[in-house]
Design a binder for this molecule. Sequence first.
Ligand SMILES: *Cc1c(COP(=O)(O)O)cnc(C)c1O
Length: 481
Amino acid sequence: MAYNSYKPPVRSRVATEPPPVVSIVVDDRQLLQYAAGVAADFRAGATDRPVRPERDYDADLIRAFGRELPERGCAPDAAVDELIAAAGPGLMANVGPRFFGFVVGGTVPAAAAADMLAAGWDQNGFNAVLSPAAAAAEACAGRWLRQLLGIADTASVGFVTGGQEANTVGIAAGRHQVLAAAGWDVEADGLAGAPRVRVVAGAERHATIDRTLRLLGLGTSALEVVATDGNGAIDIADLRRVVTAGDGPLIVCLQAGNVNTGACDDLRAACELVHEHDGWVHVDGAIGLWAAASPRLRHLVDGIELADSAGCDGHKWLNVGQDCGFVFCAHPQVHTAAVAHTAPYLTGSGEHAAPGDFVLGASRRARGFAVWAALRQLGAAGVADTVERCCRLAGRFATALTDGGLRVVNDVVLNQVLVDVGADAETVAAAVRADGTCWLGATTWRDRRLLRISVSNHSTTESDVDRSVAAILRAVQATAG
Ligand SMILES: *Cc1c(COP(=O)(O)O)cnc(C)c1O
């Protein structure tokens, strides 16, 4: 491939003489091809290298990136080479098939290439005047996403940074609606003197919900917490008890995909109940909403079409690059009333709201390219296959670790596995990471420290799971012995 043919000149890292100040572009094409080649080599190598980074943040990386702001610039290729040299030892191989930490997907090839194009094209995704292409890609990908995720085609969609922004935008729309229904214009008049908004959420909600309540001025003490069932989904009887115990403006936050167990709330029952009480339902579906893309798993998110707003992540299970999520709203006018820009010079795309009017950012990168490319590469069948395969592999982890004498404590309904290793989970997780075969973390669930495994990468195979199980069992043994 041509991209490997470019070899930048080797230079000493510390110049003895200041280099000449150069123009911005020496050879732009060669440099971009070189960078693409390095990225491609990294992706190809991620299967065989240790998953963990070689070096630590504190000890090495901070020093590698340097301390003083350089007075004089250097050639672009020199800057890129220094970046590659500094970053290389600190890179995590989460694009590879044996990263099971947090909930982090890899990147399907078309999405990685599309993100490189987005960098080269440098399109601003704010509106169709700035970039008709970026706006159209989002419009099309948004339609495809609604179809895949079981959301009405009339719903609005914003391409956000991830689940956090999706939850903040969705709940901001809810705040607008429930206060408007109570005769209060929160966007104009703020919250001082407003009717108090009740916020109801499950005991195992994601931390981004609490952060949203802080940011939106609703306050975490507004939270009324609902008990969860044995696997971490909301207890519908307790939801009824909490909802009927008070009145006034009401927002209920549900979850599709508990970040520890993968459990999904009973969306249909919960939405029907909340709507009887004129409440707004927001569904945090960062992980679990993808179940809708699979005919076999769709039942887990039955009723999603009844939600008023919902969030979902692209950079997790869709396997597009980091910094990509979606927020949907069944009431587009409410969505824009809550978050659209109001300056007249920022509109300019006719009567249609701009893509930037459904998110918190203004200028932003064109996230729609990578999403469109991933969906085009995978097709509906490919997305379903990715989701089903990850769930099947999570089941394989559970069976093999149980056979190995460990205890899986959750009902593995999705892609998440919680393991009681009978020893200090953090110590075992650290030993697994040091071994390098795979990467995973520990969590606390119901007062127990557990290993937490998330299978979210499209490229993970059965043999990756088997190798990782062996590594975990080795680490458990080493820790016990
Ligand atoms: C990951 C996650 C979030 C936060 O999403 P980001 O993309 O990291 O902002 C919110 N809720 C759930 C359930 C998640 O798994």
